[in-house]
Design a protein around this ligand. Structure first.
Ligand code: CA
Length: 368
């Protein structure tokens, strides 16, 4: 019996002593399940993965650390993932190039960081006012998203997986209330990505600031507003102490994080190791999404107890943002063929999935 067939039948039916006895190297204890059978025993592999987060950064950092543990467990120790937090092996935003060149084996980060390399890459994080986390996963898995992502990343010798999702991000913290589109004009706001480009069309001056500088800038009034992630991570940043109005989200409906490997290195892995990475990444994605949900719920409760006002943007602001988003998409599509291909694919899938979401989750949530 071939080893792979053995593993398959062992997993399905439990270890049958007769069949297992022919598996070279199995002791009686292993056959009886007292010791785990080590797949790929002959080929121990170690992969170095750098992240864009500090060590043990809540949910994103801890999530990828648990991914490494899962890989270790699922591979019986034959595949080791070593996680290097930002700036240990390479700077936070050098992980893409370092993996592409083979200096490291992979990275955990966000596709929107690489839009300077290719405008289309921002879309693999999701798009403002469009698909949610689960809709994006459907597009990736069943609507051609992964094919496009892998085709475009292969040009950089990279092979991506979804490595988590933040779920709906909040619209941000504002020092003054936004009651009409006029109130946005001239505001300085820390907001990156396509959301920032949409805001720019509405008269906002979008600003990029390193994480460590946002609080002070907001406190001193150097900026008037900032978005970050959601209650769980925002409360840790302390924004509620210096900005009173917390707006619901529109610009990041479910941001995909990525776990991306050097393609040559990934292609050379054995089939078992490829499968271990694939399913450990799926488990990480699901865990991280649900941990965000849970932690956000706890933090929201605390923020309400602190008297923070949660507000919706007025409908005219959302209408103006929708119009601006169309304009941004048209402009980017004219400039970049890749952006157009990816955006068109997403739009087709969004048109398919939205009616179902509306009569299922949206409908149900409106009546419960
Ligand atoms: Ca954000």
């Amino acid at each position: 019996m071939k080893r792979r067939e053995f593993l398959k039948s062992a997993a399905v039916a439990g270890v049958a002593a007769g069949a297992a006895a022919t598996f070279t190297g199995c002791t009686r204890e292993q056959i009886e399940g007292k010791k785990s059978v080590n797949i790929n025993r002959q080929r121990k592999v170690t992969l170095k993965i750098a992240t864009s987060w500090p060590a043990h950064f809540p949910i994103m950092g801890t999530g990828v650390e648990r991914f490494a543990q899962k890989v270790q467990q699922m591979s019986g120790g034959s595949l080791q993932i070593k996680i290097y937090p930002k700036n240990i092996l390479v700077p936070a935003l050098a992980v893409f190039d370092a993996t592409s060149s083979g200096q490291i084996d992979g990275f955990h980060s966000g596709p929107y960081y690489w839009k300077g390399k290719n405008a289309a890459f921002a879309l693999f994080s999701g798009a403002p006012l469009r698909m949610t986390a689960s809709e994006l996963s459907c597009w990736m898995n069943y609507g051609g998203g992964y094919e496009l992502w892998r085709e475009l990343y292969a040009r950089y010798n990279l092979h991506p997986f979804i490595g988590g999702n933040t779920g709906v991000q909040m619209g941000g913290w504002f020092r003054k209330p936004i009651d009409s589109p006029e109130d946005l004009k001239g505001l300085k706001m820390r907001i990156p990505g396509l959301g920032g480009e949409v805001m720019a069309k509405l008269g906002v001056n979008p600003i990029l600031l390193p994480a460590g500088e946002i609080y002070t800038a907001l406190e001193r009034g150097t900026i008037d507003a900032t978005e970050w992630v959601g209650p769980a991570l925002d409360i840790r940043m302390g924004f509620y102490k210096v900005a009173k109005y917390y707006y619901t989200g529109w610009h990041e409906p479910g941001s995909i994080l990525e776990l991306t490997f050097n393609k040559l290195r990934f292609d050379r892995l054995g089939d078992e190791h490829k499968a271990v990475i694939r399913y450990a990444a799926e488990a990480m994605t699901s865990e991280m999404y649900h941990e965000f949900m849970h932690e956000n719920a706890l933090a929201l409760k605390k923020l309400k107890e602190l008297g923070i006002e949660i507000r919706d943007f007025p409908p005219q602001v959302i209408a103006a943002a929708k119009e601006a988003m169309e304009e941004v998409a048209r402009e980017q599509s004219r400039k970049s063929e890749d952006f157009k291909r990816v955006f068109d694919s997403m739009e087709r899938y969004y048109a398919l999935i939205k009616p179902w979401t509306q009569i299922s989750e949206t409908k149900f949530c409106s009546i419960r």
